[in-house]
Ligand binder design. Structure first.
Ligand SMILES: Nc1nc2c(ncn2[C@@H]2O[C@H](COP(=O)(O)OP(=O)(O)OP(=O)(O)O)[C@@H](O)[C@H]2O)c(=O)[nH]1
Ligand SMILES: [Mg+2]
Length: 294
């Protein structure tokens, strides 16, 4: 029998959802950073084996919305949970659950009441031994029906076991994607995300949240470098100054790291040119959001 289905990967910001999706796939499709609210859109990661196809959908972390962008992120997570065959709820087991986690429990319950839930208690590599029992008990009371397991996306602990359990929980179904397709994102979109990841890596405080990337040109010439022209959008001119840096030093750093990552993904040399532009308060401007693909 062949199994398949959609697994909604949900949880609070920064708990390791994207890291876990990459770990399941054994390949990087989703960007990761130490700053919350890294993921902004639903992204599919497709894992095909002989007897099953799991369609993981990475989602933005669930948090109280402050901007129009936050509201679209929350709506995205809701739509994914609504259509899921299984909810994979990721929590950070190294910390106690708080209000934010209770809100996620409510969100899942209200959005898809009858859905099966698997709770992956992530970051077990940094869980103190004396907290194992108390923390896991606290998380379990948030969703009594959930099957649960401790994992570490970073170290790869229990990833295979969880994968097999997920397959058991999925319905019988066909293969929706070709065997070798691992995501539905285009290389152009992935390149933009890798540039944003690099910006998140180097920038601090509130600036990362106000960054967006637009890929203006993506030109593949036979036998030559792939040419990419990108715009980093920031919220105000002070941010623009920080992103460019003294004598352009910051934008250079961001560009070098991004180019390396994009080259790794494309397995080809890349020429990346990045410009910085201010779009005042773009996170609250629905037209701008649409233009940026959110
Ligand atoms: N120690 C440890 N750190 C982890 C683990 N998984 C993820 N992280 C770290 O946690 C941070 C957040 O990881 P992400 O995968 O971006 O988290 P996310 O849940 O997708 O975050 P958002 O997209 O912002 O909602 C990064 O610094 C990761 O390296 C883990 O198993 N152990
Ligand atoms: Mg993420």
């Amino acid at each position: 029998m062949h199994k398949s289905g959609v697994v909604a990967v949900v949880g609070c910001p920064n708990v390791g959802k994207s890291t876990l999706v990459n770990a399941f796939l054994g390949q990087k499709i989703a960007i990761v950073s130490s700053k919350p609210q890294t993921t902004r859109e639903a992204q599919r990661g497709i894992l095909t084996s002989e007897n099953a196809q799991i369609i993981f959908v990475d989602t933005p972390g669930i948090h109280r919305p402050h901007h129009a962008l936050d509201r679209t992120m929350l709506a995205t997570a809701r739509a994914v949970v609504q259509d899921a065959d299984l909810v994979l709820w990721i929590v950070d087991i190294s910390r106690k659950p708080g209000t934010a986690e209770r809100r996620v429990a409510q969100f899942i319950q209200q959005t898809n009441e009858s859905c099966k839930v698997f709770m992956a208690m992530n970051k077990s590599d940094i869980l103190k031994p004396e907290d194992v029992i108390s923390h896991s008990n606290m998380y379990r009371t948030l969703c009594s029906k959930a099957i649960w397991m401790l994992v570490s996306a970073k170290r790869g602990d229990n990833i295979e076991i969880v994968k097999n359990e997920i397959v058991d929980l999925l319905p019988d179904g066909p293969r929706y994607y070709e065997n070798d397709q691992i995501t539905d994102s285009t290389v152009r979109e992935l390149a933009g995300e890798l540039l944003r990841e690099s910006a998140l890596h180097y920038l601090r405080q509130e600036i990362p949240h106000g960054i967006a990337v637009i890929i203006e040109e993506f030109i593949e010439n036979e036998g030559e470098k792939i040419e990419i022209i990108a715009t980093l959008v920031v919220e105000n001119s002070r941010h623009k100054g920080v992103v460019i840096g003294k004598n352009g030093s910051m934008i250079k750093l961001i560009g070098i790291r991004a180019r390396r990552e994009i080259e790794k993904m494309l397995e080809s040399s890349v020429d990346l040119q990045t410009f910085v532009k201010v779009n005042t308060d773009w996170r609250n401007d629905n037209n701008q959001l649409k233009h940026m693909g959110y």
